[in-house]
Design a protein around this ligand. Sequence first.
Ligand SMILES: Cc1ncc(C[n+]2csc(CCOP(=O)(O)OP(=O)(O)O)c2C)c(N)n1
Length: 546
Amino acid sequence: MRGAQALVGSLVGAGVDVCFMNPGTSEMHFVQALDDVPEMRGVLTLFEGVATGAADAYARIAGRPAAVLLHLGPGLGNGLANLHNARRAGTPLLCVVGAHATDHVRHDAPLESDITAVARTVSGWVHTSGDVRDVADDAMRAVAATSERGGQVATLVLPADVSWSEGGAPAPPRRSAAPEPPDASRVAAAASAVGAPGAVLLLGGPALTERGMAAAGRIAAATGTRLLVETFPRRWDTGAGRPRADKLGYFAEQALAQLDGASSLVTAGARAPVSFFGYPGVPGDLVPDGCPVVPLADGSSDAAAALEELAAAVASGDGARGASGAGASDADGADPRVSGAGTAAVDAVLAPHDAPEPEPGPLDVRSLCAAVAAALPENAIVVDESVTAAAALAPALQTAAPHTQLALTGGAIGQGPPAAVGAAVAAPERPVVAVQAEGSALYTVQALWTQAREQLDVTTVLINNSAYSILRVELARTGAGEAARSGRAGRMLDLSDPTPDFVSLASGLGVPARRVTTTEDLLDALRWARDEPGPHLIEAIVPALG
Ligand SMILES: Cc1ncc(C[n+]2csc(CCOP(=O)(O)OP(=O)(O)O)c2C)c(N)n1
């Protein structure tokens, strides 16, 4: 069989059965293999950044990698920003990049470039397949590599002749790497830290699953430890019935205020916090002076298991202050009530289902977020690329129906619309609600077409404030000065003149859309989107913050 068919068949055997793609001539045999291997679902995207962002979110939700298929160096380059976000998320992602036939490289034809150099900036593993007999096993090594270091991008460069040649044979899956198990000495150090008043437990990465959050709730209930969540979690199971935890603020002074007075900072799956950017005269390291950082588990370890061990340790009195009924027997189920603290103490740390009524009248960011929270369906996936609205969205969602949040882990905007695609493909039974700032949406707006093509259950609440609002704020914060809206600098941060019309854009790409300007209309549109199958976009007009 041809190399491409052996490769695609082996991927399916290894559990990689979705490929987000934007192919070209060098990938034609891979495309053809979709007819030979019907178990592989090909999803066409109209820009490589959509494919890579979709694959990132797919793996965050499915817990296993998807593949992307990209066209030589330029295709890979177009997909790079969302591969960067995937790298920062620790996402397992298989990146297949088609290349010129081996014998054609010497001609330096127009699309020739250094694919490997581009791939290395985002990939933990890069290999060029050189022989059709090896290509399926190369793919298996690549899939196994995606699970290393807690999850990473593995790039397989696939020359066209290796794809088209006969002589390929399917290869069996290779064993994937397991996350590091909890370290007993770290658990003991963390237990003594959370046993002291004023401890803060910072949760991130793999700690934010249902299991990890439940254990964190037991720790908080047993010891009074405050829970914080990293600013941009890759996947966070949160909302009503789960432990309350504030997100660490985006701006350094917000985070410093949240951490002020902490006696220790225990990290689980999160790094010690640093500010997103450096500003003149503002510290980049956000850990308060004299506050010890106690790493319980890093991003490549089984942070949820480490939290469970810590919960058990504090329940047995090993370091616990016993803030309330601590002392029940330990267990490690997902229900935080099972042990570690008395039922009443655990209930006290869980968020109620109590989304406040949104303020009626003309929309602003606050009422918009309140409306999204109030109308959020049970078990939804919230894709958060809300940028300046994020500060209002996070607290509103705490008491919304239980849901999973996906955030922009690497700061490279244009992740939200593709992430909504990937999340919906991974979990077709779960509604996806994308809370999306308009400037960021315009990097990858083509994702709407894939949402329509695949009839994905995505509701995009598009926040149109006609500005790069966050950059207006940053202009002043960096000391560059205030921008007059009409001045030359101000024009670089302004998206009016003309204001993008998302109802037309979405309709043109096959997604039914409405524009709303009041809370009442937004709530009505959310019901419309929920009741009708397929994707919808609601363009919400709000005043800019900055
Ligand atoms: C790939 C990439 N390009 C540029 C930026 C710089 N950047 C950060 S936020 C932003 C504008 C965001 O505007 P919008 O999405 O409308 O959100 P708002 O600030 O209005 O809430 C830009 C251009 C970035 N972070 N990533």
